[in-house]
Design a protein around this ligand. Sequence first.
Ligand SMILES: Cc1ncc(COP(=O)(O)O)c(C=O)c1O
Length: 401
Amino acid sequence: MTQSALPESAMPAVPPRILLGPGPSNVSPRVLQAMMQPMIGYMDPDFMLIMDEVAELLKRVYQSGDAKTMALSGTGSAGMEAGLTNLLEPGDTVVMCIYGFFCERMVDMATRVGANVVPLRADWGRPFPEELLEAELKRHSKVKLVTAIHAETSTGVRQPIGELARIAKAHDALLMVDAVTSLGGNEVSFDDWGADYAYSATQKCLGCPPGMSPVAVSEQAIDAMRQRKQPPMSWYLDLSLLGNYWGWEGQRVYHHTAPVSMILALREGLRQALGEGLPERYARHARNAHALSAGLEALGLGCIVPAEHRLAQITVVSIPDGVEDMQVRQRLLRGYGIEIGGGLGEFAGKVWRVGLMGESSKAEYVLALLSALERSLPEFGYEVAAGAGVAAASDALKSEG
Ligand SMILES: Cc1ncc(COP(=O)(O)O)c(C=O)c1O
C-alpha cells in the first residue's frame, strides 16, 4: 500500500498575527528556538538540572524564598483545579471572592470537589471590597481556604491581594491566588502577601506558548496536604506526587511523561523575563497600557475600570452603541492580522479586551492597533477623527520617555 504525502498546498499554514487578546500572546524567537532543541528523557539527569533551574527561576518571579515551585502539565485551569482539589476535601469550607468570569470557574471546580462553597459576589469591573471577606469569615468557625484572582482577565481589574491575605491569615485560612494573567507583568509577591498557593499560565505575561501552569506552594499548604484524610480525587494533579517528580523531597519519582519542549520554552521565557529585570518589565507593561488607554479614549472607547485599578496587561473597553463586536474583530484579524478579545459572561458582546502581555506588550503594536481601529471603525458606522488615537498614544509614550 502506498501512502501519499499531503501536497504542500494542503498544509495548513499559521498566518502571522499580532496577538493582542487575552492570551496566548506572541512568543519570542528565543522561546521558539528553545523548543526546537533535541528531545531528552524526562528522567535524564541533565533534564533534572533544567527542571531545577525552572523551579528556581519560578521562585524569583513569584518573589518567594521558601515556596516550593514547579510547572504543571496543563494550562492555567490545571493550576486552578490542582489548588482546589489538593487544598480542599469534601465538606471543607472555602470562601471565594467573586468579581469576574474566572472567579466563577473556581466556584464550579470547588463545587465538584464537594467542598462547602461560599461565594462572595461583588460587582464586575471594580476591585473586590475587602470588608465583605472580613464579615463573612467572622460567620464561620473554620474556613479552610480563601480564594482570589490577582488579575481578573474578564474585567481588567487589578485586585490588591495584601489586605485579603491579611484577613485570611487572621482567620487561620489558607489563601489561594490566581496569578494567571499577572505573573511576569505585575508584581506577584508570594511571600509578602503570605499566599499559600498561587498558579499561573505560560501563555500570557511569561511569553511562552500555552501548555504549562507554574505554581508556588507554601510550607503551610504542604502541611495541609499532608494532613488530608484521603488523597485528592485527581491523580494527575496530585501536587504531592508531582512534587516528588520535581524533587521537592530530595528524590525524583516518575509521575508522568513531562512535556519536555514546553519546559524548555518556560525556562527560556523565565530567563528572558528575569534578564529584562522584573521592575523594568512591569514598567514596560504599564507604559504601553497607558499609551493604549490614552489612544482608545481619544477614539471615544472608554475603559470600564477606573485608572487606578486597571491592569497593564489587559485593557477592557466598552463597545460603542450600534457597533457589532464580531464585525470589528474580524476586520482587525482579516485586514490587519491583529487579534483582540471579546467579552466573557455578562460582558459578552459589550466589551473588547485588548491584551498587551509579555512579548505582545510593545509600543509599535499599540500604534498598529490604534491605526487599524481608526480605519476600521468608520466602516461599521462609528466615525472617529483619523489619527486621533495614534496621536494620543504617541503623546503618552513621549511623555513617559
Ligand atoms: C484569570 C484567569 N484564570 C484562569 C484562566 C484559565 O487559564 P487557561 O485558559 O490557561 O486554562 C484564565 C484564562 O484566560 C484567566 O485569565
